[in-house]
Write a protein that binds this ligand. Structure first.
Ligand SMILES: Nc1ncnc2c1ncn2[C@@H]1O[C@H](COP(=O)(O)OP(=O)(O)O)[C@@H](O)[C@H]1O
Ligand SMILES: [Mg+2]
Length: 525
C-alpha cells in the first residue's frame, strides 16, 4: 500500500537565507525594543543604591526617548514601501544612539571609571548576534559605538573642570583604560562576527554558480527560488530539497537524494519544448540537493484556475495538447512522470508565444525498464492524492505512461470545471475514491457547456482500468488535435487574454481568486 504525499512536511529551508534583509533589520530593532527598557532596572539600582546622587528622572527620560526612536523606526520598517537602505541607516542610528546615551548616563555613575561603559559592549554584541552584514557596511556604526564613550567623556572634560580633573587622575585613568580595552575588543569582535555570519549565509545561498534571490514557491518536496548565475546574466529557478527533511534515517536521506538525482537526470535527457529545461544540478555544501532550471514567466495551472476561473474548452485543449507532447517524449524514453498535477504545469509567456505550457518536476519518474524497487518503497511518496491513478494508489507496481494519462484527465477536469474529480475531505478518502468512486461527467458539474466529445475524452482518461484509457500520450494528443480543429485557440485570442489579465507576464492585476459560477474555486492539492 502506498502512502499519499501528505506525510512529508513541506521543506522549509530557513537557514539558507530565507529571511529577507527587511526581516533581519526588523528583528534587530525588535530586540532593541525589548532589551533597551529592561535595563531601566539596573538604572534604578545604580541611581538609588550605588550612586545616590545620580538623577533617575533623567535616566528615565533617556530610556523613554530612545525607546520612542526604536518604535518609530520599527513602524517605518513594517511599511512595505520603505526603502531598505534608509531603514538600515535609521536602525544603525538607534544602535549608535544607545551607545551615546549609555555614555551620557555614565557621566553620573562614576565618570570615566563608570561600570556603565560595559553597556556599550552589550550594544555591539546584540548587533553581532542579530545583524549579519559585510564589515564595510557595519564599520561606521561600530566606529560610533567604539568611540562613543571617550568622545562623550572628552566633550565633558572640555566643558567641565571637574570632569577634566578625572582624566588627570592616574587611578581613574587606569580603571578607564582597563575597562575600555574590553569595549574596543568587543566592538571589533562584533564587527568581525557579524561579517563572518554574513559570509556564511552568502555561501549557503550559493548553489554551484547560482545565487539565490527570492522565494518563488513552496511545495511538498522543497522550495523553488529565483536565482541568478554569478557570471552570466542568465535568470534561472532553483529547486531545493534538504535531505534531513526526509527524517533522521541515513538510508532514507540517501534514497531521497538518489531519487532527486534521478529526477534531474531524467529531466535533463528530455528535449520536448514543453518539458522544463534543466541547466544544472548538484548537492550544496550544506547538504541540500538542488537543480537549476529555466525561470518561467507566467503561472502554474493551479493559480491560473484559482485566479481566473475554469478555462474555455478550446484553451484547455490547447494546454492539454502541449502536456501530451512533453509526456509523449518522456514515455517513449521509458519515463513516467507520476506527479502530473496543475501545479506542475506552468502556463507561460514564452518569448513571443503565450499559453505555452511547460511540464515541471519529473519528480517521481522511474525508468520503466530498470525500476529500482527499493527506492520507491523506501520513499513511499507516489504522486498527489487528488491526481493519482487507481493503480498508483494500489501500488502494485504496474504503473506506466497510462497512469500519467489518468492524471492528465484529472488536470483536464480541473482546468474545465475548477473542481477536483473527487472532492474528498482527506487524502485517504481521495485515494479510495480514485480506486472505487465513479467520476461525475464534467458537464454535470458546471453550468457552462462543455463539448460532449471533450467530456467523453476526459472521462475516458479517468477509466479505472488503464486498458480502457487512451493507450499513449500520442493517442491522446491525436484525439485532442481532432478536437482542436473544431475548437481552435489561436494565438491572437491567447494574446488578448494575456494582455487583459497578465500584461507583465506573471504579475496578475488582481490576486483575488476568481469566482466560478456561484462557487468559489477551492484550493486543491
Ligand atoms: N521554473 C520555474 N519558474 C518559475 N516558477 C516555478 C518554477 N518551478 C516551480 N515554480 C513555482 O514554484 C512552486 C513550487 O514548486 P514545487 O516545489 O514543485 O511545488 P509543487 O509540489 O506545488 O509542484 C510551483 O507551484 C511554481 O509556481
Ligand atoms: Mg512542482
Amino acid at each position: 500500500m502506498v502512502e499519499p504525499s501528505t506525510p512529508l512536511p513541506p521543506a522549509t529551508i530557513t537557514t539558507i537565507g530565507a529571511v529577507t534583509d527587511r526581516q533581519v533589520i526588523l528583528r534587530a530593532i525588535r530586540a532593541g525594543l525589548w532589551i533597551w527598557p529592561s535595563f531601566a532596572l539596573l538604572d534604578a539600582y545604580m541611581c538609588f543604591v550605588a550612586y545616590p546622587v545620580a538623577p533617575f528622572a533623567l535616566f528615565v527620560a533617556y530610556r523613554v526617548t530612545l525607546e520612542i526612536g526604536f518604535v518609530v523606526v520599527y513602524r517605518v520598517g513594517l511599511r512595505e514601501g520603505s526603502n531598505l537602505d534608509r531603514l538600515f541607516f535609521w536602525h544603525s542610528l538607534t544602535y549608535r544612539a544607545a551607545a551615546v546615551i549609555i555614555s551620557l548616563m555614565a557621566i553620573h555613575l562614576g565618570g570615566i571609571r563608570s561600570p556603565y561603559m560595559h553597556g556599550i559592549s552589550i550594544v555591539a554584541l546584540v548587533w553581532a548576534a542579530l545583524e549579519p552584514v559585510p564589515w564595510r557596511r557595519a564599520l561606521p556604526t561600530f566606529i560610533w559605538i567604539g568611540l562613543a564613550f571617550p568622545a562623550v567623556m572628552g566633550i565633558g572634560a572640555a566643558v567641565s573642570p571637574s570632569a577634566r580633573a578625572e582624566w588627570l587622575n592616574a587611578s581613574a585613568l587606569t580603571v578607564f583604560i582597563s575597562n575600555y580595552v574590553f569595549v574596543l575588543a568587543s566592538s571589533v569582535l562584533s564587527l568581525l562576527l557579524s561579517h563572518t555570519v554574513w559570509q556564511a549565509q552568502q555561501q549557503a545561498r550559493t548553489f554551484g554558480s547560482y545565487q539565490l534571490e527570492s522565494l518563488l514557491g513552496r511545495g511538498g518536496m522543497g522550495e523553488v527560488w529565483r536565482a541568478r548565475h554569478r557570471l552570466l546574466a542568465r535568470r534561472a529557478a532553483i529547486k531545493l530539497v534538504r535531505a534531513d527533511k526526509f527524517g533522521g534515517r541515513a538510508d532514507r536521506k540517501q534514497a531521497a537524494l538518489a531519487r532527486f538525482e534521478r529526477e534531474a537526470q531524467a529531466t535533463a535527457s528530455l528535449r520536448s519544448p514543453h518539458t522544463v529545461e534543466l541547466y544544472d544540478f548538484g548537492i550544496s555544501d550544506v547538504g541540500t540537493f538542488y537543480y537549476v532550471m529555466e525561470l518561467l514567466e507566467g503561472l502554474d495551472a493551479t493559480a491560473l484556475v484559482e485566479r481566473f476561473g475554469p478555462l474555455p474548452a478550446e484553451r484547455a485543449i490547447h494546454i492539454l495538447q502541449q502536456v501530451c507532447d512533453s509526456l509523449g517524449e518522456a514515455h517513449a524514453a521509458g519515463l513516467v512522470h507520476r506527479d502530473i498535477k496543475p501545479s506542475n504545469l506552468y502556463v507561460c509567456s514564452y518569448g513571443r508565444t503565450v499559453d505555452f505550457v511547460k511540464v515541471l518536476d519529473f519528480g517521481l519518474v522511474k525508468p520503466l525498464a530498470t525500476e529500482n524497487a527499493q527506492l520507491t518503497t523506501q520513499l513511499a511518496v507516489h504522486g498527489t492524492p487528488a491526481f493519482m491513478a487507481p493503480e498508483q494508489v494500489q501500488g502494485d507496481g504496474h504503473t506506466d505512461g497510462r497512469s500519467d494519462l489518468y492524471a492528465v484527465g484529472c488536470v483536464a477536469y480541473w482546468l474545465l470545471t475548477g473542481r477536483r474529480v473527487f472532492e474528498a475531505e482527506t487524502a485517504m478518502q481521495a485515494l479510495v475514491q480514485h480506486v472505487y468512486g465513479t467520476p461525475t461527467p464534467l458537464s454535470e458539474r458546471v453550468p457552462q457547456p462543455i463539448p460532449p466529445e471533450l467530456d467523453a475524452l476526459v472521462m475516458s482518461c479517468l477509466q479505472k482500468d488503464p486498458a480502457n484509457r487512451p493507450q499513449t500520450a500520442d493517442a491522446l494528443a491525436d484525439a485532442l488535435a481532432v478536437l482542436a480543429w473544431a475548437y481552435p485557440w489561436p494565438q491572437d485570442r491567447a494574446r488578448a487574454w494575456w494582455q487583459e489579465h497578465l500584461p507583465s507576464g506573471s504579475e496578475p492585476f488582481s490576486t483575488e481568486p476568481a469566482q466560478t459560477g456561484t462557487q468559489r474555486v477551492r484550493k486543491h492539492g
